[in-house]
Design a protein around this ligand. Sequence first.
Ligand SMILES: [Zn+2]
Length: 273
Amino acid sequence: MPELPEVEVIKNMIQPLLKGKIINYSIIRVKKLKYIIPNEIIEINNQKILNIKRRGRYILLILINNTIIIHLGMTGKLFLLNNIKNSFQYHKHDHIDLIIDNNLILRYTDIRKFGFWLWEKKNYKTNIFLKKLGFEPLTNEFNNLYLYNISKKKNLPIKILIMDNKIVTGIGNIYANESLFISNILPTRNSSTLSFKEITFLVKNIKYILSQSIKYGGSTIIDYRLPDNNIGTYSKYLYVYGKKNKLCKICYTKIIKINQRNRSTFFCYKCQK
Ligand SMILES: [Zn+2]
């Protein structure tokens, strides 16, 4: 599943190529992804893309009065094809083409169809999915004092807390596991037991891990490609995620895997307390 760094990388790749361009029309080959494709997207006609933004794991195509909101679900991918003739060549899972400036195609491919496209007429910030998202982890609003206060109030395992999108949005499973490892904090620790110093270190490391992953183009754990068909290389730098029974890179103890709320948790019991 594409997590925040992967979505940020995609946004950064398509933004310079699509900003200021016109969506001439769309070619829609399915009625429904996770949700029914809105009529406004089916009938779109010469609409200017003012900007491309990311919020959480959503990609936003900001138009003059409306916003197209794209969520990639589990297997959604965006490709940019540089010849309009490519719209005649497509595969079973190529569900949406946006024809841009009569020469580019923004293509959406999704094998499992858990992704979705929405049309927001009002300010996108008021969208039903976007308005419940917590702070962006790479902004100053997400800081040590904020996380410390919430950690004291909630009696939750720290990993569950930092993965709660209403508290901070977009720290997925990979990055939660990795941030806790380099912060020497056990994922199962009750959040209210963490000291201000530990929280400060954790917040710093969450920002570091996400920024590094964006720099290396995301993690690409399972079947995930960037729009230029390159593979993200951050997975080479992982310490614990997906490393059950492998040796910890710091102390050579075996990495342990447990389940927390049906998500895999990986940790080193020597390095993390
Ligand atoms: Zn270790």
